[in-house]
Design a protein around this ligand. Structure first.
Ligand code: HEC
Ligand code: HEC
Length: 350
């Protein structure tokens, strides 16, 4: 708060100096210099830069990538992880809630898989501790891929090229569901998005973000957003209540963390979502009810902080949020190994 006031004061000061300086070019130069040196520089910020992925076994990543794109992990033979976490669309489906098996309406907005390895737990309610634990969920979820772990293992076992690849990576003769979820998780660990303009600014490239974006960041920081949206993922470090100051009104039935703990105090507590690539992952909130970033920022200000932002403040914060879009993962589309005569066939319409 104090810092915010100071920076508004220094902007005002700079513009007064500017008017006074119009008398002489020398004075103007000095003013420009002063304005430059007064630009806020990173100083132990609570959001930290994302580092590129490394250390993953390339063969395991390649196998996990195939599985991520393989619709045979679903009962219909039509839905892959990429259906709801489209890597061409920020790792999300851009729908309010996902469409699952038999065109069923999913209960909740699909979070991005980008940088999900940086979250302290997985899912909105944190019911999976990590990516390996998470990956088993959607395969067997009747509302999502509606398959079973046994069926998936049978299918993969019947495909010679997969058998060969699993053997190469894990050294085992038969495929297990644990190997499937491990390969998926290792691939997901590579889906990080370093090098966002904001990260470049954090690392000392002053010009990586413009004045409006910097102003937006300082408003974000000084008004308290960063208390919940912090760390490398600008989120994903804690559970917090949706509707701290004012309750959040929604038709969505999710109880949040209470669904896991059974405790009433955990109602409407959600894992704070990442703001990385948030420009790409609309619509927003667990119910997908906010269509635009401006709407989401306005709601966050009022409900979480009791603060009604002016339009220009919202524009600044949105400009800042867009500086969190990093380098999207780039790779070749995997060519999936063909089924064999023995492969159980998909059942799309039952
Ligand atoms: C039918 C759509 C759908 C499919 C298919 C799907 N997901 Fe998801 N995914 C979701 C939804 C919705 C959530 C949020 C569920 C929740 O929090 O209760 C989610 C959550 C996740 C998360 C947690 C992210 C976070 O920040 O909490 C990860 C990781 C993930 N999915 C990976 C996968 C993988 C890997 C597959 C394939 C095996 C997959 N998903 C298949 C819709 C889908
Ligand atoms: C008290 C903790 C807290 C504070 C403070 C907070 N947020 Fe959030 N934020 C959350 C939680 C929890 C959610 C998820 C809410 C939901 O989905 O129902 C969220 C969601 C969001 C989303 C939507 C992300 C998505 O992918 O759905 C945006 C954007 C956002 N916050 C921006 C902000 C901004 C900007 C501020 C400051 C004005 C702010 N937040 C302050 C906890 C907080």
């Amino acid at each position: 708060m104090v810092k915010m006031k100071k920076s508004i004061a220094s902007y005002a000061l700079a513009s007064i100096l500017c008017l006074a300086g119009s008398a002489g070019a020398m004075a103007q130069d000095k003013t420009a210099e002063a304005a430059k040196t007064e630009r806020y520089k990173p100083n132990n910020e609570l959001i930290v830069a994302i580092e590129p992925a490394n250390g993953q076994n390339p063969a395991e990543v390649e196998l996990g990538k195939k599985l991520f794109f393989d619709p045979r992990l679903s009962r219909s033979g039509f839905i892959s992880c990429n259906s709801c976490h489209n890597l061409g669309m920020g790792g999300s489906d851009n729908l309010p809630t996902s469409i699952g098996h038999n065109w069923q309406e999913g209960p909740i907005n699909s979070p991005t898989v980008l940088n999900s390895s940086l979250n302290f737990v997985q899912f909105w309610d944190g019911r999976a501790a990590n990516l390996r634990e998470q990956a088993g969920g959607p395969i067997a979820n009747p509302l999502e891929m509606a398959s079973s772990h046994d069926l998936v293992v049978n299918i993969l076992e019947s495909i010679p090229q997969y058998k060969e690849e699993f053997k190469q990576v894990y050294g085992t003769d038969s495929i297990t569901i644990d190997e499937v979820t491990k390969a998926l998780a290792v691939f997901e660990e590579t889906l990080v998005t370093p090098n966002a303009p904001f990260d470049r600014w954090l690392k000392g490239d002053e010009n990586a973000i413009n004045d409006q974006e910097l102003r937006g960041y300082l408003t974000f920081k000084n008004s308290g957003c960063v208390a919940c949206h912090n760390g490398a993922n600008a989120g994903g470090t804690s559970f917090q209540k949706m509707g701290v100051i004012e309750p959040y009104v929604t038709d969505n039935e999710s109880a949040g963390r209470a669904g896991v703990t059974g405790k009433d105090v955990d109602r409407m507590m959600f894992k704070v979502p990442t703001l990385r690539n948030v420009e790409l992952t609309y619509p927003y909130f667990h119910d997908g009810a906010a269509n635009t970033l401006a709407e989401a920022v306005n709601i966050m200000g009022r409900l979480q902080l009791g603060r009604k932002f002016a339009d220009n403040e919202i524009e600044d914060i949105v400009a800042f949020l867009k500086t969190l879009t990093g380098d999207q993962p780039r790779f070749e589309m995997p060519i999936l190994p063909p089924s064999s005569d023995l492969t159980p066939r998909a059942k799309p319409f039952e």
